[in-house]
Design a protein around this ligand. Structure first.
Ligand SMILES: Cc1cc2nc3c(=O)[nH]c(=O)nc-3n(C[C@H](O)[C@H](O)[C@H](O)COP(=O)(O)O)c2cc1C
Length: 138
């Protein structure tokens, strides 16, 4: 079973999460509604960066994951500029012994007047393809 968990403040990551869920044949759930995770093959984690950090609720959620209930994690997300949120998640999970795929999906995300229209249709199609490939083309 695959699962998608995301944190969002302005809706960009939710858009990506729905595309990833389609590609992975999985449910997408906001971290606000996430319960205990168990028996997950690939957990897709969607995030953005806010003043240099990932969302605090997402950080707490990630801190509770164990290698016993998640086989591996794949990260995706957007930001105004860089991929630091994905790197932060990698570091956090690796420290807890959770395998994180080397493949990830990142695109620019709209913020104020920057990156207008992103994620756009092309970004969403690429996110879906990423998820399909990550989940063995099912
Ligand atoms: C309060 C706030 C702080 C942000 N800080 C950063 C930042 O430090 N670096 C960056 O590249 N983008 C920053 N952004 C831009 C977001 O990462 C980007 O818009 C992202 O696509 C938002 O995703 P979301 O709509 O799922 O929350 C910030 C956005 C907000 C709303």
């Amino acid at each position: 079973m695959n699962k998608v968990i995301y944190a969002t403040r302005t809706g960009n990551t939710k858009k990506l999460a729905l595309a990833v869920a389609k590609g992975a044949d999985a449910d997408a759930q906001s971290v606000d509604e996430a319960g205990d995770i168990s028996g997950v093959d690939t957990l897709f984690v969607g995030a953005s960066v806010y003043a240099g950090k990932i969302d605090e609720k997402l950080r707490r959620f990630l801190g509770k994951l164990t290698p016993e209930n998640v086989q591996r994690v794949a990260v995706f997300g957007s930001a105004m500029s860089g991929k630091s949120a994905l790197a932060e998640i990698r570091a956090l999970l690796s420290a807890n012994g959770i395998a994180v795929s080397g493949k990830e999906f990142f695109c620019k995300g709209r913020f104020l007047l920057f990156n207008r229209n992103h994620p756009d249709a092309g970004d969403l199609a690429n996110a879906e393809t990423f998820a399909r490939e990550m989940s063995g083309g099912r």
